[in-house]
Ligand binder design. Structure first.
Ligand code: OMP
Length: 275
């Protein structure tokens, strides 16, 4: 009998192996690439591959954002990049950040795209179309489904802070629903922005040890100490703290990947100080 490693298990193993709660976000913007890569047809793949290879021992996961590839007709480079991560850095899970959300029949296609075409280990999705819109992703028992709860952007409050009754806010209802009713198979996680540490603490108090994807440190200015102290589990894990631009564009010339490594190392260590 073959046993498959689930996203949750891979994540837990990577937290331990690399002693890291850092997620490097792969949001490639060709205009920000070093000159020697610009104009190359495979520039997006080469840029991301260099970042991946120079940071893989420092992270608990990678998170490519699909729009940065699709906008440049570079889905084939995303496919190649995920295959490269799996081949060269086995055990490091890949989250496809796609923030999908649609009726079940369409979500089935999104699931095929994420898990069969791109071979991602987890996907980000919106919870707002309800349980049946998430079921097609949960049909892949080894994959993770990371649902938006309290996003890092200022406008996240427009809807997520609405009172849904008795003083309960919408993001709290999402946290409760996902942790108690949707996570029957242990595949779910939530997105909570680093820009709102009080809400990270609130979500942690609702969801037990559920993994939290926490973007918003680095370019968006989230505080690392406040984020870790609010979100860590009793065991000092439970978090995928994601940073994209601050790591990707740390350097400008041929030594860009080494510069990214330095920032990733400093960020991982800063996170570890508060675990
Ligand atoms: O799901 C996400 O990853 C996400 C959720 C959220 O609330 N805020 C947020 O910034 N993100 C993503 O996280 C990344 C943040 O990038 P940086 O601000 O450059 O670190 C982008 O790819 C966003 O799309």
């Amino acid at each position: 009998m073959t046993t498959t490693t689930t996203f949750t298990q891979s994540l837990a193993a990577a937290w331990q192996k690399n002693n890291s709660l850092l997620c490097v976000g792969l949001d490639p913007e060709p205009t920000k690439f070093p000159i020697h890569l610009q104009g190359r047809p495979d520039a997006i793949f080469e840029f991301c591959k260099s970042i991946v290879d120079s940071t893989a021992d420092l992270v608990c996961c990678f998170k490519p954002q699909i729009a940065y590839f699709a906008a440049h007709r570079a889905e084939d480079q995303l496919e190649a990049l995920i295959a490269h991560i799996h081949g060269r850095h086995p055990g490091i899970p890949v989250i496809l950040d796609a923030k999908r959300g649609d009726i079940g029949s369409t979500a089935e296609q999104y699931a095929i795209e994420a898990f069969e075409r791109f071979q991602a280990d987890a996907i980000t999705a919106s919870p707002y179309m309800g349980r049946d819109s998430v079921t097609p992703y949960l049909a892949y028992p080894d994959k993770g489904v990371i649902l938006l709860c309290r996003t890092s952007n200022p406008g996240g409050s427009d809807l997520q802070f609405l009172d849904v009754g008795g003083g309960e806010k919408l993001f709290e209802r999402v946290a409760k629903l996902v942790a108690s009713e949707w996570n029957t198979t242990g595949q779910c996680a939530l997105v909570v922005g680093a820009t709102f540490p009080a809400e990270i603490a609130r979500v942690r108090s609702i969801v037990g040890d559920l993994p939290l994807l926490v973007p918003g440190i680095g370019a968006q200015g989230g505080d690392i100490q406040a984020t870790v102290e609010a979100g860590k589990t009793a065991g000092g894990t439970g978090l995928m703290i994601s940073s994209s631009r601050a790591i990707l564009y740390a350097g400008k010339d041929e030594g860009f990947a080494a510069a990214s490594r330095q920032v990733a190392l400093a960020t991982r260590d800063a996170i570890n100080r508060y675990r």
